[in-house]
Design a binder for this molecule. Structure first.
Ligand code: ZN
Length: 647
């Protein structure tokens, strides 16, 4: 199985096609204004300016976060995907100028990192724990591969290759090379991407080295920290509490069985491990990936596909620890979870991994960006009491409204590149087979030898449970069409060219074999009902509570529809959930849901004092839920996914 060329996909879905258009026309120009310090009223980011200084085009010191070169790289990667989607004229001229700037900022020997080049040119690779140089290289390489694939232009790919070659000369097992590895993983999966496009095996070996060296004793990063004081770094004060789990160096990755430490670091690494397992056919690595994946989705993932239960250090904690209000659930972590799920599907050929890709995409990743495209969540709570989100408290990381930008701005361009490349999560290709992994309306073309395969996918399952696939095969070929029919599509029935059909099942996919040139129309009819969902009883934070979902979308309750103090609104899981009109001016045309619930009202004794005799009275209240990702697009206020259940 392999990922596809995004030129082959056109996303026509009103929700995701709408986002791609919004990205190309509004979001990416907005982000460029921010990164190049042209947005009036926004705090200076220094992002583009740092490259100008490193390139010798301007004088000055480095400004902003030490890793923010990556904001521009991810922006460029998103631009590449929008170019592949047809927005060439709008975006390519500016992108070419950015590529020229990056090439000018690159050192003679291939090194590229504006912070080190401007501030500490003699201290390259001296602080791998915090320095983010390899992390930055990874995002540069990802952008380089994407831009080459989108435009056919090699300039940025060559910049990426020069840097990868330098890293290959510096790092490795061999004597005389640095035996370090990145504090923040990312380079590993980028090197595999670079291998895929160049077929240069050194990049694959280097990626494998970074994974296999990690976690060996003595611990390189811990030794480096001991060696580093005093140094111009310590960069991050919170790293005073740095431990081996934080950066997944507590064991060799192949022996790790539980998701630990910083969620984004962890998931970028697991993604690389899954990809390396594809190429190495390493059973131990494959088993490690499977165990880590199962630990996440069965014990450590929110219903929204969010991960990272601890606001402090943005990390995984223990099984079933899923607090709804103090969590982290970084947008980037769910982007990374999508990447891991996609690579697990590629590794195993099994459709089930796309359930997690879908959960993360449709809920946390989409929630990270406003309907207008210019406001973002970094942290994605499942429960918010805005007045309680105070600075310098345990809630200071939770913002009750989306922000125009962040001092550490990893998430906005990460969401942009993910939504711009959503086509890669819809389709994949195996030898002689096309897999439809998400029912997102779109078209797809692929050539199998001399035969052209074209697919038109029309999906309205959230409205009426229907999906239609029209496949056209020109030329002689035997093609398997494999479709993931998600579990929430109940009682699915199928017709092929108007005749009732009972297709085969294979690795979680529903499959058809197309053997002759012609057009094949497949209709799927199913029931997609709104349901109440409860968490496993071990999840203390959700004890006695239920959430509401329909299809892949988790719903939430907002103050603007239900009044304040949402914690006192019990729902009845035996009451019907009624579908009501979509919210106007919000993307997706998705139904809102209503149900009969209650409001707990205070007895007189309780209103007089903070505590009093327990006496609960309730009044009937109609409750309204909207798709979680749409929250905070109207009035700011309280929001919750889970409500107590009335018994
Ligand atoms: Zn982020």
């Amino acid at each position: 199985m392999s990922t596809i060329d995004l030129h082959q996909v056109r996303v026509t879905d009103s929700l995701f096609g709408g986002y791609i258009q919004l990205l190309a026309e509004k979001v990416l120009p907005y982000q460029w204004q921010v990164l190049s310090d042209q947005l009036p009223g926004n705090a200076k980011t220094y992002c583009v300016e740092n490259f100008r200084i490193a390139a010798g085009q301007k004088q000055g010191g480095h400004g902003g976060a030490i890793f923010q070169d990556t904001d521009l790289y991810k922006w460029l990667e998103a631009v590449a995907y929008c170019i592949a989607a047809g927005y060439r004229d709008e975006l390519e001229p500016l992108a070419d100028q950015v590529v020229e700037l990056l090439a000018a900022a690159q050192c003679e020997d291939g090194y590229l990192n504006t912070y080190i080049t401007i501030e500490h040119p003699d201290r390259r690779w001296a602080n791998l724990t915090e320095g983010h140089e390899l992390y930055g290289a990874g995002h540069l390489i990802e952008a380089a591969v994407a831009y080459y694939q989108a435009t056919g232009k090699r300039a940025l790919l060559d910049v990426g290759i020069r840097f990868a070659d330098l890293i290959d000369r510096v790092f490795g097992e061999e004597e005389g090379k640095c035996h370090g590895y990145p504090g923040h993983q990312e380079i590993e999966l980028a090197l595999v991407r670079l291998y895929r496009v160049t077929q240069e095996k050194r990049y694959l070996s280097l990626a494998r080295y970074f994974i296999s060296e990690r976690g060996k004793a003595p611990n390189y990063l811990m030794q480096e920290r001991a060696r580093n004081h005093p140094f111009p770094f310590e960069i991050f004060p919170e790293f005073m509490e740095y431990d081996e789990l934080y950066a997944q160096t507590h064991q060799p990755p192949v022996h790790q069985t539980t998701a630990e430490g910083h969620a984004v670091r962890a998931l970028y690494m697991y993604s690389a491990m899954a990809e390396l397992a594809i190429y190495s056919e390493d059973d131990a690595l494959r088993n490690a990936c499977r165990k880590l994946y199962e630990n996440i989705v069965e014990r450590r993932m929110y219903i929204t596909g969010g991960v990272g239960s601890s606001g402090k250090l943005e990390r995984f904690t223990t099984d079933y620890d899923l607090p709804n209000d103090t969590m982290y659930c970084e947008s980037c972590a769910s982007v990374a979870l999508m990447m891991f799920g996609q690579r697990m599907a590629e590794l195993t050929g099994e459709a089930t991994y796309y359930d997690t890709v879908e959960r993360a995409l449709m809920n946390t990743v989409l929630a990270g960006i406003s309907a207008g495209g210019d406001r973002y969540f970094y942290v994605n709570p499942l429960e918010v009491w805005p007045a309680n989100c105070l600075a310098s408290t345990s809630m200071s990381h939770v913002k009750p409204v989306r922000q125009p930008w962040f001092p550490c701005a990893c998430c906005p361009p990460n969401i942009a590149r993910t939504l711009a490349s959503v086509g890669q999560y819809i389709y994949s290709v195996q030898s002689g087979a096309v897999c439809g992994n998400q029912f997102i309306s779109s078209t797809f073309r692929h050539a199998f030898g001399n035969a052209d395969f074209a697919l038109e996918l029309k999906s309205s399952y959230m409205r009426d449970g229907c999906v239609t696939l029209k496949a056209t095969l020109s030329g002689d070929a035997r093609i398997r069409l494999k479709v993931r029919v998600p579990g929430y599509m109940q009682h699915a029935s199928f017709t092929l060219n108007g005749r009732r059909d009972q297709p085969e099942k294979e690795q979680g996919y529903t499959c058809w074999t197309l053997e002759n040139a012609g057009t094949y129309t497949i209709d799927i009819r199913a029931e997609v009902r709104p349901v109440f969902v409860a968490a496993n009883l071990h999840v203390r934070a959700d004890a006695g509570k239920a959430a509401v979902s329909k299809g892949p979308f988790v719903y939430c309750f907002e103050e603007t529809d239900n009044g304040a103090n949402l914690a006192n609104l019990p729902i009845r899981t035996d009451a019907p959930l009624t579908e009501t009109a979509p919210l106007e001016q919000l993307p997706g045309e998705l139904p809102t849901l209503e149900t009969d619930g209650e409001r707990i009202v205070q007895s007189i004794e309780q209103t007089e004092s903070l505590y009093g005799q327990a006496a609960f009275k309730t009044e009937k209240q109609r409750l309204k839920a909207i798709p979680y990702f749409q929250w905070c697009n109207r009035k700011p206020g309280e929001m919750t996914v889970f409500l107590p259940v009335s018994r």
